[in-house]
Write a new protein. Structure first.
Length: 276
């Protein structure tokens, strides 16, 4: 009997130990299950986040410009930085900025007259535009129209000084109607120039619109690859008031198409108006 009781006690003890081991194993598995579940949820969340980011990036792609003019932007309505500033038809305006450190590599001094004698920065243009400008001045001379350059290339730093001066004189809102923020000036591209009569009368002033020189430019500049960049009646598109003295080189074929269709560069490139 004593041995029977002892055997029963031993068996009962072993049973309790087995239950304890089973419970201990079950408790170990819970954190592992939780970990795998949490890890799976994190993976799914990460995949969803990546898909959302890809979708947003797809929506923000710029689709309103031709393939040869590519821009970079974080938001569809944000200011965009031109990523191919050397393209002849590059768009530079209140929404499309040149890189801050952009300086054209082919700047030269056009062989034409200016209203000043010094070889200043603003006398320069990109080589292709400079050659075209010389032809334009020569063509005007044949028609007894005598032109002079006023301001060509303008660096980012120079534009910054100039714009700040206009803000002090006229206030920010008014300055924005006729002057560009640093980085958004066509002059920095080396493809634009302000011109006047050889006397410099009405240079870069509204009275230039009534001169024979302005009328000749309006009619003939496209034959040499230039356009009146800020035409009359297109202020809501370009963002600037009428400037008959500001001509921009885009190449003969493009200039003639823009002239024939009475477009701005924004319209030609199918880009949304600056005012919207």
């Amino acid at each position: 009997m004593k041995y029977l009781v002892l055997s029963i006690l031993i068996i009962f003890g072993l049973s309790l130990n087995g239950c304890s081991n089973q419970n201990h194993h079950h408790n170990d598995s819970s954190p592992k299950k939780e970990y795998h579940q949490t890890n799976k949820e994190n993976t799914n969340n990460q995949m969803n986040k990546t898909n959302n980011e890809n979708a947003n990036n797809q929506n923000n792609k710029t689709t309103d410009v031709p393939k040869n003019v590519i821009y970079r932007t974080k938001q569809s309505n944000a200011i965009r930085t031109v990523s191919h500033p050397d393209v002849i038809t590059v768009l530079v305006d209140k929404k499309y900025f040149l890189p801050k450190n952009y300086v054209p590599k082919d700047l030269v001094y056009p062989n034409v007259s200016f209203i000043f004698k010094e070889k200043l920065e603003k006398r320069k243009m990109r080589k292709e535009a400079a050659i075209a400008l010389k032809k334009l001045f020569a063509g005007a001379k044949k028609d007894h129209i005598y032109l002079s350059g006023v301001s060509g290339y303008r660096s980012y730093a120079t534009q910054k000084v100039l714009f700040n001066r206009y803000v002090k004189e006229d206030g920010y809102v008014n300055a924005r109607k006729y002057s560009a923020l640093p980085g958004s000036s066509e002059h920095q591209s080396g493809l634009a120039i302000d011109v006047s009569s050889s006397t410099g009368k009405c240079a870069a002033s509204s009275c230039f619109a009534n001169t024979k020189e302005a009328k000749w430019l309006e009619k003939n500049s496209s034959n040499y690859g230039f356009i009146i960049r800020y035409p009359k009646g297109k202020e809501q598109i370009t963002g600037y008031k009428y400037e008959p003295w500001h001509i921009r080189y885009v190449g003969v074929t493009t200039a003639k198409q823009i002239k024939k269709r009475n477009l701005t560069l924004e319209e030609y490139l199918n880009v949304y108006p600056v005012s919207k």
